[in-house]
Design a protein around this ligand. Structure first.
Ligand SMILES: Cc1cc2nc3c(=O)[nH]c(=O)nc-3n(C[C@H](O)[C@H](O)[C@H](O)COP(=O)(O)OP(=O)(O)OC[C@H]3O[C@@H](n4cnc5c(N)ncnc54)[C@H](O)[C@@H]3O)c2cc1C
Ligand code: SF4
Length: 517
């Protein structure tokens, strides 16, 4: 490639954005990290702290509060891949993936949850992972938790819709607790999904990334990595194109030469990148396989009095009581857009429902649907994936059971009616007696209305190189300088929200890399 390096002065201490690239270029680094989500940002910071020259490369742009759009649809079009319309084939399910500095931490609900011990025991035994117990990872969770100030959500910003969940759980004897979150000074505005305008949420772009830059890390945005450069045993960098935010229009070409490459492009993008790079690191044939989700089902409840659904931290109460059974229950934000999606009816009926919105609350369940496995592969062109995934019939029953439990919690909290949002069930259920119909319903996978933003396993970790893509520290089997850090390395879905775990694993990975280079 005929190219020049960006000048040091241009790049020093600033995040490079699209308008600043004027020519093709080549850069050098000790480590190049691809993707600035929670995993990539933690690795970048930890390696910069150890004195390495780290280059963090991100396809999306940085956002500031003036760039956020409170309208959910507009916001999704700007911050998410495929305009927020990405979905699975097989069983239809929308799948949300970020494209912005900070990855999904910019638009997520900031829930930071450690999976219980049994999840890691299961991982260890099924996937020959000897050093991935909860005890092994606790020091890494502690380090990340301290850095981000992760703490349980205080009552002052819970709001009525979150507290009602607690009341319902208490009445039925289910445990529930305030969600620990990576926020500082949360005001309970409930708009995490479209970007935290008060900047209380400690998304990566205002936490790990600026701290890494103070330590010398460089951050180049609007760079789409299209290929990892290497042979079957060793890599030496990445190359791709500068792309314009929101349009994806390509301008200049770039290459980054590095002694070590960390792929943190997310569970959908990393396997596609490997496939596009001559099927790199795929001797096991597991790249892009084993795809799992936490599908989510949302249930709406209408209360007799106003519940001020717009106030309250986005998702700040949850119950871990049903984790062993296979699902987790949470409160959910209730923005007008989210409420409208859950509002049934047409004409006068729709108007009546809309009039009820000030009394309406949404809660959701996410399922550990281990039996529902899919795959990700590159489309004929570009880096967007074809995502095949079907909900297994027993997993559909599991999700229906979760909807049933949520409905019972609504009635225990005093709801006058519940809208379960399942095809084949009544639109509105008005009593616990009526709720029994949910349990008896002969559910089919396509009857459930689901969405998911938790994706796993497409480059899974396995102690046996024949059965997985990376080892316990995220190093690709057969390589000494190619690592993967994102949620693709989870061997199974973790049963709870994944961000804290992917950061803890990234923290451990950085420690291992530090000892290597
Ligand atoms: C709306 C939403 C709400 C969520 N809420 C929570 C929550 O409250 N708690 C929780 O634990 N989890 C939550 N999650 C999930 C959590 O945010 C993700 O699991 C986590 O962000 C995954 O981190 P990651 O580093 O693996 O990938 P990502 O966060 O997806 O980051 C990957 C980054 O890589 C970039 N990238 C991809 N391809 C390329 C390329 N070719 N070149 C350069 N860059 C590239 C992407 O643009 C992206 O910025 C939520 C997710 C969403 C979408
Ligand atoms: S609830 Fe509001 S203030 Fe709190 S972190 Fe989310 S967007 Fe920020």
């Amino acid at each position: 490639m005929r190219a020049e390096a960006l000048s040091t002065r241009e790049a020093e201490g600033e995040i490079r954005v699209f308008a600043q690239y004027e020519r093709d270029f080549v850069e050098e680094a000790d480590v190049v990290v691809v993707g600035s989500g929670p995993s990539g940002s933690v690795v970048t910071y930890e390696l910069a702290k150890a004195g390495h020259r780290v280059l963090l490369v991100e396809e999306g742009p940085p956002f500031t509060p003036k760039d956020f759009r409170i309208d959910g649809n507009v916001s999704m079009a700007r911050t998410m891949r495929e305009g927020g319309l990405r979905s699975t084939t097989g069983t239809f399910m929308p799948v949300m993936q970020a494209i912005c500095l900070g990855g999904a931490s910019l638009i997520n609900s900031a829930m930071c949850v450690r999976p219980p011990k049994f999840v890691f025991d299961d991982w260890s035994t099924r996937f020959d992972l000897e050093r991935t117990t909860r005890g092994d990872l606790d020091p890494h969770y502690d380090a990340v938790g301290e850095f981000l100030g992760i703490a349980p959500t205080p009552d002052a910003v819970q709001g009525r819709r979150n507290m009602l969940f607690r009341e319902g759980c208490d009445a039925l004897g289910y445990s529930s607790e305030p969600v620990p979150r990576n926020v500082q000074g949360c005001r309970g505005s409930g708009e995490c999904f479209t970007g935290c305008r008060p900047r209380a949420k400690q998304s990566m772009d205002i936490s790990y990334i600026p701290e890494a830059m103070k330590l010398g890390a460089r951050v180049l945005t609007s760079l789409q990595v299209q290929r990892v450069l290497g042979t079957r045993r060793r890599v030496w960098g990445v190359e791709g194109q500068v792309v314009e935010p929101f349009t994806g229009r390509a301008s200049h070409a770039f290459r980054i030469n590095a002694r070590l490459v960390v792929l943190a492009a997310g569970c959908m993008a990393t396997p596609v990148l490997l496939q596009r790079s001559g099927d790199l690191a795929n001797e096991s044939r597991q790249v892009g396989q084993n795809l799992q989700f936490h599908p989510g089902c949302a249930v709406a409840g209408v209360f007799p009095d106003e519940v001020d659904p717009l106030f309250g931290a986005t998702q700040s109460y949850h119950s871990l009581d049903f984790l062993r059974e296979g699902f987790k229950l949470e409160t959910m934000w209730s923005s007008p857009a989210a409420l409208a999606v859950r509002t049934p009816g047409m004409g006068a009926d729709l108007l009546r429902h809309l009039g009820e919105l000030p009394r309406t609350v949404i809660w959701d369940a996410i399922g550990s649907t281990h039996r529902s496995v899919g795959s990700v592969r590159a489309r004929s062109e570009g880096l967007d994936p074809v995502i095949r995934w079907s909900l297994n019939e027993d997993d559909a029953k599991l999700m229906l059971r979760a909807v049933h439990v949520l409905t019972e919690i609504f009635f225990a909290a005093g709801a006058e009616k519940v809208m379960p949002g399942v095809h084949g069930l009544p639109e509105e259920i008005t009593s616990t007696l009526g709720a029994q119909a949910i349990g008896d319903h002969p559910i089919r996978p396509r009857d459930l209305v689901m969405a998911s933003s938790h994706v796993f396993c497409t480059t899974r970790m396995h102690g046996d190189a024949a059965k997985g893509v990376v080892d316990e520290i995220g190093r690709c089997h057969g390589f000494d300088n190619l690592f993967i850090a994102d949620t693709g390395i989870f061997p199974r879905c973790p049963s709870v929200n994944p961000m804290y775990t992917v950061m803890a694993l990234a923290h451990r990975q950085a420690q291992a890399i530090r000892e290597q280079i």
